[in-house]
Design a protein around this ligand. Structure first.
Ligand SMILES: Nc1nc2c(ncn2[C@@H]2O[C@H](COP(=O)(O)OP(=O)(O)O)[C@@H](O)[C@H]2O)c(=O)[nH]1
Ligand SMILES: [Mg+2]
Length: 243
């Protein structure tokens, strides 16, 4: 699997050939995009999501996509450290994907890697991307459900989120809910998006709720109904989901 993904990343024609033979487009896996600024706690959250989905009996694949390698060079290493508790689990596959050239190629390779994991029986595929807005859009076309992770205390972060991240997000997770400013961020974001949850990833809080909201979004997607997010039509009331 790792070798095929490397071939695809390098746009080696052998990769495409292998893909055709061993990885039909099954579209069985639940593909979840996790996006947001560096340091908001995406990898920590993913580590918790891996644990939770494994408890549900799923095989879990993670693709950590590094769009801007020179800037976030340390992020990939950090991601692996934070997800290390799963390295001995054969039902968990974690892979960093770096840009080999331009962004479009990375999106294509990511889409193909999802296909490889799907064919290998991974029921849940989590894609971590760093960034906001346009740079993420390509990658997010690969995901069924996109979770934007924000953290309080990053200044005008929330404003930027509204302009950029919320464009691609189906669900917003306000992580670092143990920090000052979390309540204000939650209040603020709930005016923009109905599917806003609070999480404290380091303590595993809010994870069950996040999984429930993702499942809910998936159900609506399957029914071809308007998504939870305002931008895609009328939102449904998820009720009180905090605490
Ligand atoms: N206080 C607090 N810190 C957190 C929480 N979640 C993650 N962190 C810390 O935030 C830092 C960045 O986390 P990381 O998962 O690498 O963020 P990423 O860059 O978005 O993947 C790490 O030091 C984490 O331990 C949280 O819920 N509360
Ligand atoms: Mg990370």
């Amino acid at each position: 699997m790792a070798r095929v993904i490397s071939l695809l990343e390098n746009r080696d024609p052998l990769g495409a050939a292998v893909l055709t033979h061993v990885a039909p487009s099954l579209n069985r896996a639940l593909v979840i995009g996790i996006t947001g600024y560096l340091g908001t706690g995406k990898s920590t959250l993913i580590d918790q999501l891996i644990t939770a989905y494994r408890r549900l009996g799923e095989k879990v694949g993670v693709l950590a996509v590094d769009i801007s390698s020179p800037v976030t060079g340390g992020a990939v290493l950090g991601d692996h450290i934070r997800m290390q508790s799963h390295t001995d689990d054969a039902q968990v596959y974690i892979r960093s994907m770096a840009t080999r050239g331009h962004q479009g190629g990375l999106a294509a390779a990511t889409r193909q890697a999802v296909r490889v994991l799907d064919a290998a029986g991974f029921g849940v595929i989590l894609i971590e991307t760093v960034g906001v807005g346009q740079s993420d859009v390509d990658i997010m076309q690969v995901a069924h459900t996109v979770v934007a992770v924000v953290a309080p205390g990053l200044g005008d972060d929330v404003q930027a989120m509204k302009a950029g991240l919320l464009e691609v997000a189906d669900i917003v997770a306000v992580n670092k809910g143990d920090r000052e400013g979390a309540d204000a961020a939650l209040r603020d974001l709930r005016e923009w998006c109905k599917a806003v949850i609070r999480a404290v990833a380091v303590k595993g809080e809010g994870i069950a709720e996040l999984i429930a909201v993702i499942a809910e979004h998936e159900r609506w997607r399957d029914l071809d109904r308007p998504a939870l997010h305002n931008r895609r039509g009328p939102s449904i009331d998820l009720g009180s989901r905090t605490g």
